[in-house]
Ligand binder design. Structure first.
Ligand SMILES: [Fe+2]
Length: 361
């Protein structure tokens, strides 16, 4: 195992501390090839970390050498477990994984990394034999982002790594934008203790219902995010309206009912949230056209928005509120069916969700 690591000046304190810890950790390792010093050229200081995992020392050193010559910092792992550990703790920009390695194969590392929300966005390149079509097919099913044939062509290696590092930088920027958005949501939730954890529950319930309905994965992900950010537009609602115990005046109601539009506007610039926008805009529509903001009716309301509504009503009734105690699930579903009969909600979704909650097949 071999590595390079140092704090980047462009990073924040927390991340810098994390990198420092990592440096200390790595210094304890036996085969440290090179520890760069402070005061290096700016482009090297800011260079990305590449994980090279191969049990064959000669191949590992060859790839590491080529990448270091391009200014990358390289961590070499000699087995699959070590590679997976570094993916989790080292936050590399790109990982190159040999397919056959001791402890865990490249495929197994890839599956584990793609299943972990902390590592799933790290691009993974599998190193395969020249004619190993089977390996490539299996690699695709394991979620690999790219392949390199062995023996590795130097120019191809550098070109692939360069473009994947750039891709990871874009992803990081996107993640930062999402993080800001989620902080905004938390600040809204923090104002109202009774909605604490409400969004996380909505997220979990709506994904479970969407998976039960076999919705495609991009819509399940949209619901996961939608559960959390659907009320982000409430940031524009003054606190005295947001937390008012009594009924709202018509003017206050108008301001409150504007929050789906504000929320959609806040999230619209983020391309990663494009499937979430219909959920944000339409989560207060009602099947009979009496909802807001667009007075959509029945199936005009996007399915994802109807799913979120279903779990939202359930969670609102099934948890304690300042003005009433939580209802038992049987009573909640009885209220929901009654309201569905009035034309407000999608009764088929309520039935499906009821089967899920009551654990009936
Ligand atoms: Fe809302």
């Amino acid at each position: 195992m071999d590595e390079l690591s140092l704090p980047s000046r462009s990073r924040g304190t927390t991340e810098r501390r994390k990198t420092d810890d990592r440096t200390n950790l790595l210094e304890d390792r036996r085969e440290v090839i090179e520890i760069p010093k402070f005061g290096m050229a700016e482009e090297v200081v800011h260079s990305a970390i590449v994980l090279v995992a191969d049990d064959d020392t000669a191949t590992r050193n060859l790839l590491s050498g080529l990448l270091k010559a391009e200014g990358y910092r390289v961590f070499g792992a000699q087995d699959g477990q070590e590679a997976l550990d570094f993916l989790i703790t080292g936050d590399p920009a790109v990982a190159l994984l040999d397919v056959m390695m001791p402890k865990l194969t490249g495929f197994e590392v890839c599956v584990a990394a793609k299943a972990n929300s902390e590592t799933r966005l790290i691009p993974i390149v599998l190193l395969t034999g020249l004619s190993s079509t089977d390996d490539r097919i299996r690699g695709i099913t394991c979620g690999a982002d790219d392949f390199l044939s062995k023996p590795v062509n130097q120019e191809e290696l550098v070109a692939r790594v360069k473009s994947l590092v750039r891709l990871k930088e874009f992803t990081n920027e996107l993640e930062s934008a999402e993080r800001v958005l989620f902080s905004l949501v938390l600040s809204i939730e923090a104002k109202d203790p009774y909605t604490k954890d409400h969004c996380n529950r909505l997220s979990r319930y709506s994904v479970a219902l969407a998976e039960r309905l076999r919705l495609p994965s991009h819509l399940c992900r949209a619901l996961h995010l939608g559960g959390i950010v659907h009320d982000v537009g409430k940031v524009a609602v003054p606190e005295h309206i947001l937390l008012k115990a009594g009924p709202l005046t018509p003017e206050e109601r108008q301001i409150m009912e504007h929050h789906p539009i504000v929320g959609e506007r806040i999230c619209a610039p983020l391309k990663s949230l494009r499937h979430v926008l219909p959920i944000i805009r339409h989560h207060h529509e009602k099947g009979d056209g009496s909802g807001y903001p667009d007075r959509l009716k029945g199936e005009e309301i996007p399915l994802t928005a109807r799913i979120l509504q279903t779990v939202d009503i359930y969670d609102a009734l099934a948890t304690d509120r300042p003005y009433r105690r939580a209802m038992p699930p049987e009573q909640v579903f009885s209220v929901m069916h009654e309201e569905a009969n009035r034309g407000w909600w999608d009764d088929s979704l309520i039935c499906e969700f009821q089967s899920m909650i009551m654990k009936t097949p």
